[in-house]
Ligand binder design. Sequence first.
Ligand SMILES: *[C@@H]1O[C@H](CO)[C@@H](O)[C@H](O)[C@H]1NC(C)=O
Ligand SMILES: *[C@@H]1O[C@H](CO)[C@@H](O)[C@H](O)[C@H]1NC(C)=O
Ligand SMILES: *[C@@H]1O[C@H](CO)[C@@H](O)[C@H](O)[C@H]1NC(C)=O
Ligand SMILES: [Zn+2]
Length: 483
Amino acid sequence: MAQERSRTISIFFCLALFSLSDCHPHAYRSNSPTSVLRAAANHTKTKDTAAEVAGYADVAKRIIDLAVFGAAQNRSYRRLADFTDAIGSRVSGSQSLEMAIKYMHNAMSQDGLDVHLEPVKIPHWVRGKESAEMIMPRSKNLAMLGLGSSVGTPPEGIKAEVLVVQSFDELKLRASEAAGKIVVFNQPFVSYGETVAYRAFGASEAAKVGAVATLIRSITPFSVNSPHTGWQDYQAGVNRIPTACITVEDAELMWRLAQRGQKIVVRLTMEAKTLPDADSFNTVAEIKGWEHPEQVVLLSGHLDSWDVGQGAMDDGGGAMISWEVLSLIKDLGLRPRRTLRTVLWTAEEQGGVGAQQYFNLHKVNLNNFDLVMESDLGTFTPVALQFTGSDAARKVMEEVVKLLAPINTTKLESHGEGTDISPWLEAGVPGASLHVEDSRYFWFHHSEGDTMTVQDPAEMNLCSALWAVVAYVVADLQDMLPR
Ligand SMILES: *[C@@H]1O[C@H](CO)[C@@H](O)[C@H](O)[C@H]1NC(C)=O
Ligand SMILES: *[C@@H]1O[C@H](CO)[C@@H](O)[C@H](O)[C@H]1NC(C)=O
Ligand SMILES: *[C@@H]1O[C@H](CO)[C@@H](O)[C@H](O)[C@H]1NC(C)=O
Ligand SMILES: [Zn+2]
């Protein structure tokens, strides 16, 4: 695809993409007699919708009871532990990702769901052996992780003097000092959405001024000497230089040494390379709607992860609560009017590759997609549902979240978000995402620390309950959400 570009956009903007979507000024309303009549009709309609949604209070309570207090308590956590302990990490192109897909296909089929796989070609980057050491002014091992899509170094590594900068602006000011050096970016963490630009574009920016490699401070607000990997993008026409992330501690150390005027020399060795695209699949499970099987409420999380940790938080949790919704609805003997479809995306981390191919294949049915939902910011204690859609749709969703009073999450926020649902949202389909108490999310994100140890069963129960009530009720209302 214009793949480089669309990957860049999704990496860079995935957390901020839809902030403009609610900025339209309110439509002008005239006061002609017909419009007054229509407004009156609309008012009745709004009242009807509120009453219709309120009619789901009992079923919402049953879903919540089952997920939080009943027989399904801790099930999504247990499934996540079984899955991530058996498979481990599962990066795009790896055997373990293929095993993960088989595992979930099998597990969801055994759960009695209707499951199929949809083929996707995905990137296949391999890290190989890698290391970095500071040689001058003293010898020190640097914990590091090569960045996804980076080229490798020659076998003997790259040994070069270091230039430490704190920003792209500083790099421009000091461009004449960069030739032949390893540029270390010691940018402070502002927010993931903003600071990730250094990981995504640092290598090409440094290459433009003659650098031979880059080491980038990990994109995290908290560190116990933990490097955090992630995708990066080479700019077309710019020399491709090896790039890796280092720890906050080591980036700050080298910054202090440089401030004292000390000469720093580092050796970076990476075997990283990109192999031909691999075969993979989006994994799709569903409960068909009884009245409008062609109309869909889509729930999702991604099955791939980085090649470190267990990918429990990013995004095993999102995948498991999206499966759990179907299990809860089935266990209660419910079947909504519309189809509830869970899609476990492949190759999200490479820029939403599986999701983009799914959109290309299914956008012909755009008008039948009622709501697309994605959980990819952790499954900690939920605080709100984030929603993008028209004012009319928002009114309906405001009623729906009232049904979540038993778990104290009745807040509806603006800006549903997520790399994997973004093509649908851009095409005007209403979208929803899960806002959780995510202050710790980027502590563990894309690092060895993303394991089951950061997950909590009670928190996952609440996420599952919220996800299930919203999806079921929207799928069962008389009408699709207004566009
Ligand atoms: C009534 O609702 C429809 C669709 O929800 C909208 O297009 C129309 O402008 C509304 N009319 C008035 C007078 O508010
Ligand atoms: C669910 O997990 C919590 C916390 O670990 C535990 O106290 C509770 O007994 C578990 N419930 C079930 C049914 O396993
Ligand atoms: C919701 O809040 C009430 C009142 O603070 C509390 O008693 C209840 O345990 C909470 N429920 C959940 C599921 O957190
Ligand atoms: Zn993710």
